[in-house]
Design a protein around this ligand. Sequence first.
Ligand code: PHE
Length: 447
Amino acid sequence: MKDHNTRGQFTSSLGFIMAAAGSAIGLGNIWGFPTQTAMNGGAGFVLAYIVLIFLIGYPLLLAEFVIGRYAQSNPIGAYMKIKGGRPFIPAGFLGLLTVGFVLSFYCMVAGKMLAHFVGSFLEMLQLSSWAQWVVQDHWSPSLIFTTVFFLFTWMIISAGVKNGIEKWSTRLMPLLLVLMIVLVVYVLTLDGASQGLKAYLLPDFSKILRPQLLISALGQAFFSLSLGVGGMMVLASYTSKRENLTRMGLLVTLADLVIAFLAGLLIIPAMYVAAANGTAIFDAQGNLTSGMELIFRVLPALFDSLGNFGVLVSAVFFLLMSLAAITSSISMMEVPASYLVDNKAVPRKQATFIVGIIFWLLAVVITVNGDWLFGLVVTATTQYSQPLLGLLICIFAGWVMDRNAIIKELSSGNPQIGSSLFMKIWPIFVKFITPLLILMVFLQSFL
Ligand code: PHE
């Protein structure tokens, strides 16, 4: 295996934070969180989400950070290196496979975002028929834009940790925040937005006790923090031993939460503005529109109703989506790429090429086969594989990995931690509370 100098390393804390927050903040926040909130009765979901993200998300994120930085390796390499890890090697491979599938469907959706961004741009240039071709719901433009998005991801990953991941995360994340704030402020000034705010922030008590709410909130927390699949492990393996992992993990969790919350302030009021302008936002059962319908029908209808200015708003919105997606997709592609680089000594450019081709082909299959395969892959990876992998990581960090090794890793960059209250609480979470909660919610989803 290679040492970390040839593997690459982040040059600063900021680089690591931006890369990890970039991985976490993605379509899951800007699209998933607001629509899940809307479907599950508003503020009750937000509350459940906040509780779960701290009870399950943060402890698990930290476990991934500890394993990754301790082993200085990708997940498979980590289980090979760390004492007692051998039985977990299949989990490493499952993570790799899962993240590859996530990458494939994610790039497909992100490709659509990119297509709408380009479409809005063409519209601004008065090239309407081109714009319509680009955004139509047909596999040919989808395939082109999925491929373009893949190429962007691939280019960043093949440039390496410092010149690829770090450079682009630190550039794009601040831009994302600015675009987000601009859009939130703008949408909140429109007619109908206040009704959306109410739907978002006032709990609907009839939905709070539904088991579905917890299952959705857990799935959302897992996806949003990129947990289980090893992306966070790999990023942590590139960070310096001087960094304080507990603090970094907390910052990433908070950043993820803040962006998800802000996205709710944008999307849900925007839907009600669209309704005020005559677009249907409820389905026949009275549920708020979600998923593709929301992003590719309701919001474009809203942008249309805003007149000439609407094209600009649309371009900014879909640019925001594309940026959020790319800082996440790079952390996905990095998992299999780093496996080839670390364990098989494949040069980075070749490793990226191989990984890119394999998962691009998978994305092509998903794109061409349409909704049923897409739905299947999303459910299998996010609802089953990710929680299962999270559970295994808890078992590994809580029960198998040597406690002294964990304390040593957490103390590096945070020397006082050994005697702190945190060191009394976190192991209890990783050993008992987090896995039990995952198991409970997971089993419930089978009932
Ligand atoms: N966290 C990303 C999002 O919210 C998705 C993701 C999942 C990224 C798994 C990496 C690994 O969109």
